[in-house]
Design a protein around this ligand. Sequence first.
Ligand SMILES: [Zn+2]
Length: 330
Amino acid sequence: MRKIFLIPVFLILAFRPPHTSINFTVQQLAPHVWAAIQNDKGGHAICNAGIVDLGDKTLVFDAFINPDAAKELKQIAEQLTGHPVAFVVNSHYHDDHIRGNQAFMPGATIISTEWTKTEMQKAEPEEQAWARKNIAGSLQKAKKQLNTATGKEKEEALMWAGYYEAISQSLPQLKTFLPSLTFKDSLWIHGSPTEVLLIECSGHTLSDAVMILPHEGIAFMGDLLFVQRHPYLGDGDPDSWKKNLDKFYNDKTLKIFVPGHGPVAGKESLQTIITYINDLQHLATDAVKKGEPDSVFAKTTVPPKYKDWWYGRFYPANLGFMYEKAKTKQ
Ligand SMILES: [Zn+2]
């Protein structure tokens, strides 16, 4: 009799390569937790996202900038967990974290802090009106840059071309879906295999939501954490940002940190951002003390330790913002 060898389904699933596409790559962090890390090769995700299996439903943390990329995220999340996406958390109001909301509707409850919802309601009509007027020009400029850039600059130019393309492609069908469940301070969502804690922190904006998985020691930081990239400081509160990062740094239960942008990292990544904010604060305070005009200060070159980081275009804006802050403290 011939022997038939059957490979158990769980072995096939265990060795299945992680999902990857032009938009994002899925990375499993724990039995019920995945990160969807944006690919920087011209894809349309533009920020990272999280997927949590709550037992009978799925939670997604951050929704990308483009509804088509978010549709892919929904499909992959439901494949991984076997349950529909019931909750979508928006970590903050910036377009790259919220515009994919429509891909989860109807069916999902969108969650954010109370402040984020109000800010989203204010900012989105203005941002979308700006985009309708300017996106074609921005995209054309980005494509030109992509054609002329070389080496590392070309790699980043491809990401920015993807960013403008993601906005341009989605605008004709874009609808704003505001959160229908809001919280202040914190919110627990309990599932059967695991549970999540959303914590309101100010820093990158005046209200960001961080998602903690206490049993797994994982923190989805939203844009309170950028890894190997300049963080954008201009909409936030740098002192409070440092305080909040320090609080998570000192939490011994947390081991894995998922940034809003960049690869999954360890605890040291929080200190790097604290140092970055401190460095810019010192530079700005010195410039104000010396009476250096802000126009000159904003042109200060990027310090060597941050030279290899992406999003260098945020650096002059960050300097200008810190200069204004330093002036008010004089
Ligand atoms: Zn942001």
